[in-house]
Structures are given as structure tokens and as C-alpha cells.
Design a protein around this ligand. Structure first.
Ligand SMILES: *[C@@H]1O[C@H](CO)[C@@H](O)[C@H](O)[C@H]1NC(C)=O
Length: 142
């Protein structure tokens, strides 16, 4: 009986899974790119920290088939960091908290979709049937 209560107490202090943070650089090295270009395994409660490293960009959810331009405010169930301008050594950050493990297609909405069409795109949990590579191709063509 004593052993059982110790085991129960030990179980009680086992921490539940902690939320993960994914660090994503935006415009690193003055490129029109997100780095990394996709993340996988993201679940509800996880965060994405976007660090804006050059120019003036956004991280905005859009659609797989018609990525560019991403709509102002993003798509339903998605997010939009708004515009963040990196000047000199100031590299602003925006943190997005995911509310599900859903797939999100993301692009910069600067220049009426111009950055998006240059391939400035990012994916959260792309799938086997909807890949990041196809999303990028859709962006360049849209
Ligand atoms: C960033 O871009 C947006 C949209 O083009 C513009 O409204 C805003 O003034 C820009 N910010 C800076 C600091 O240039």
C-alpha cells in the first residue's frame, strides 16, 4: 500500500508535454525568404517566433491554391503578424500561438503580393498531398 502511494505521487510530478517554440527567420541575409521554409509536427499551444531580419515583411496565412497576394489579416483560422520593418540592428519579433495542428500556408503580403510571387513562403505542417514545394510553385505562378 505504501509503495502504491509513492508510485502515485511520483506519477503526479511527471511533467506534461511542454509546448514547443519554432524559430523562423524572415528575410535573413536580405533574402526574400523564410528560414526554415516549413515546420512539421506543430500542435495546438506551440508557438512560432518570427524574427524580421531585413526590409519590411509580414507572415500572413493564405491559401494553398492561390497564395499571392495573401489577404490582409490572413485567412480564417490563420494569422497575420502585420508588417515589421527591420532597420539597422533592430530585428522585431512576432510570436504566433497555434490553436490546432492544422496546416497553414504562409507568405509575406508586402508589395501587393510581390514578395509572395518571388517565393517568400512558409508552411506549417505541410502534407504528403499538399507539399511545400507545390505551394511554392503555386505562389510563383499566382
Ligand atoms: C512597411 O510596409 C507597409 C506596407 O507596405 C507600410 O504601410 C509601412 O509604412 C512600412 N513600414 C515602414 C517602417 O516602412
Amino acid at each position: 500500500m505504501r509503495f502504491t502511494s509513492i508510485a502515485a505521487a511520483a506519477l503526479a510530478v511527471v511533467p506534461s508535454a511542454l509546448a514547443a517554440n519554432f524559430a523562423v527567420n524572415v528575410g535573413q541575409g536580405n533574402t526574400f525568404a523564410f528560414s526554415p521554409t516549413s515546420i512539421t509536427g506543430a500542435v495546438a499551444g506551440d508557438t512560432i517566433t518570427f524574427t524580421f531580419m531585413s526590409r519590411n515583411h509580414s507572415a500572413t496565412t493564405t491559401t494553398f491554391t492561390t497564395p499571392c497576394p495573401p489577404p490582409d489579416g490572413g485567412v480564417a483560422g490563420g494569422f497575420d503578424t502585420g508588417f515589421h520593418s527591420a532597420t539597422g540592428t533592430d530585428q522585431p519579433q512576432a510570436v504566433v500561438t497555434l490553436t490546432s495542428a492544422d496546416t497553414h500556408w504562409v507568405a509575406c503580403r508586402q508589395a501587393a503580393g510581390g514578395h509572395c510571387r518571388m517565393g517568400m513562403t512558409f508552411a506549417v505542417n505541410p502534407t504528403a498531398s499538399q507539399t511545400y514545394a507545390q505551394f511554392l510553385a503555386n505562389a510563383r505562378a499566382s
